[in-house]
Design a binder for this molecule. Sequence first.
Ligand code: ADP
Length: 395
Amino acid sequence: MKIISINAGSSSLKFSLFNMDDKKIIASGLFERIGIDGSCYTIKYNGEKIKEEIELANHTDAVKILLDKLITLNIISSLDEIDGVGHRLVHGKDKYKESCLITDEVINDLTLFKDFAPLHNPANVLGIKAFKEVLPNVPMVGVFDTAFHQTMEEEAFLYPVPYSWYEDHGVRKYGFHGTSHRYIAKTISEHLGRDDLKIISCHVGNGGSITAIKDGKCVDTSMGFTPLAGIMMGTRSGDVDPSIITYIMEQEGLNAKEVIDILNKKSGLLGLSEISSDMRDIVSAMASDDEAGAKARRAFLKYTRTVTNYIAQYYVLLGGADVICFTAGLGENSEPFRKKVCENLACLGIKLDAEANKVMGEFKKISSDESTIPVYVVPTDEELMIALDTLKLIA
Ligand code: ADP
């Protein structure tokens, strides 16, 4: 049985083709600059990488070429081999609490909810429509980023603002990265042989969120109404006092959208360091004694402080923690990041194994045997989670 996981952006389409018998990727790739000059695709399979510039007028073109290449490269022998298509969908508001078969109602809802994810929901619809046109008889499943967080109680998801904002306009915490946090919870629960765990899942990449999970369900998460909230990120500020927005509008003669844009794209590591949004650049700059070193250190300290604060908050919320997991770009790869966060949490009895903490991109326990809470690196796999949900729903 073969399933394709799709992540469609406004001008891109990422795919992974899985053999569900062994849950391994047969081929994966990316179609880029769809509808823009210089469009191209990359397909990886059998240890090879093929890249070609090709005109991609729209998402349907990309899907047609993708399926054509899968056949001409002998990755599959016929389109009949594709049993299902799973789509990563961003915003299902509070209507979609789990993955579901994609119907016309789902497509309409994605459009209806577009103000909640203006960059993503319309792009998701483009991806779905393209597959519907090219593979009309293959079942499709939608896997929402927001769904996992739907188990949060009012106390967690409400903001202390007029209640009518929630009732009339849907202002509440939705949370994101849900598919990743669900994958982490499933993987660590299987590894430890328990499904009644209190887990603090730290998905820290360019975007990042921390989630408190109990018995496999989300109790609270750091992102909010949008992905701008929570921990400091590569270019996003995370939580800030909202009055800063009107103050900066007045001081710099900007409108609200422009300030929010700065909070999304020019803040975080990039904003504080004035060097880079990438932790690797920050860590290498930190070593120097010059001004760049000082800038990098202040960004690193603030970054790790905000992550520490959420872990500490969720430790209390959960009444302790059975395990802390790090995942995504920094969580999986950045030794100094994990070291600093765990040092900040030393009063909880957390101790890292310095040698184990050198791990990059591999499942590994990185805490020492004396640590009161085990700490793991768990590489995330949202594509596999999407394929697994698709398999379950089309069965
Ligand atoms: P996204 O949120 O876009 O999915 P990723 O999860 O791929 O992002 O994370 C990308 C970020 O991870 C980079 O910007 C970088 O800060 C960080 N990162 C990736 N590899 C390393 C590494 N080896 N050391 C430190 N940081 C890394």
